[in-house]
Design a protein around this ligand. Sequence first.
Ligand SMILES: NC(=O)c1ccc[n+]([C@@H]2O[C@H](COP(=O)([O-])OP(=O)(O)OC[C@H]3O[C@@H](n4cnc5c(N)ncnc54)[C@H](O)[C@@H]3O)[C@@H](O)[C@H]2O)c1
Length: 243
Amino acid sequence: MDLTRTLPRRVVVTGASSGIGRAVAEGVLAAGGRALAIDLRADAGWTADGLVQRAGDVADEARISEIFAEAPGLLGGAPDAVVHCAGVYRWKPLADTTADEWDASMRINGRGSFVVSREAARAMDGGAIVLLSSVAYGRGDETEPGAAYAASKGAIVSLARQLAVELGGRGIRVNAVAPGMISTPMLTLDATPGAVEALTARLPARRLGTVDDVAAACLFLASGAAGYITGETLHVDGGYLAS
Ligand SMILES: NC(=O)c1ccc[n+]([C@@H]2O[C@H](COP(=O)([O-])OP(=O)(O)OC[C@H]3O[C@@H](n4cnc5c(N)ncnc54)[C@H](O)[C@@H]3O)[C@@H](O)[C@H]2O)c1
């Protein structure tokens, strides 16, 4: 089996200006596909043949709907995969967290995943949706307590399962990827001296993850090679949840 031949060709990637989203978009382009990048700013800070960029807040339903209406024209056909990486990581002990801060995490991570999934489903004619959760949904964290973040990422696991059932009849698979500690601008663990070393010393993989570790999982789930996988959450965490 030639896995590269099963990769999607017309892909919408959110959060593509940075970190995991950028690595996913680069992977699509490297395989000869086209990518429509959505992020807060129109200028992703990088450019490449086959990449088109649109500015949009993933929780802004009107704007995201507008971009998905444009998608077939920009990509040369209906998207065959949507990889939703845009998200925010904010943590604070429960006692100090305001209801507005709770709402802000839920708005971007929760509502954003709903809006992008709904617009993706409307625009797609079969294919795959990949949503980004986090290991935070599966294990509490004493070092960086983030109730709103953890709950918002749990919502994404449930959303992927529900949509897999709801959209299966239209040939659309929906899965989530739950990264562990990945070296991107989002990582805050490295600000605490010794924290990364303490974590990786106990982690089966003995290292932080890279954006390519996560992008590879996203691209696999978006590809025809994962044609019989739906409603699943793939942990890309170096064994964090297993240990
Ligand atoms: N880095 C990690 O350790 C890690 C771990 C677990 C899960 N994740 C998840 O992976 C995803 C990608 O994370 P990353 O590490 O690449 O982060 P990142 O901060 O490097 O990139 C996130 C991108 O999302 C964009 N974004 C944020 N809010 C947006 C909005 N409302 N609308 C549109 N774009 C928006 C940002 O501008 C940025 O370009 C996130 O959902 C994150 O929760 C990351």
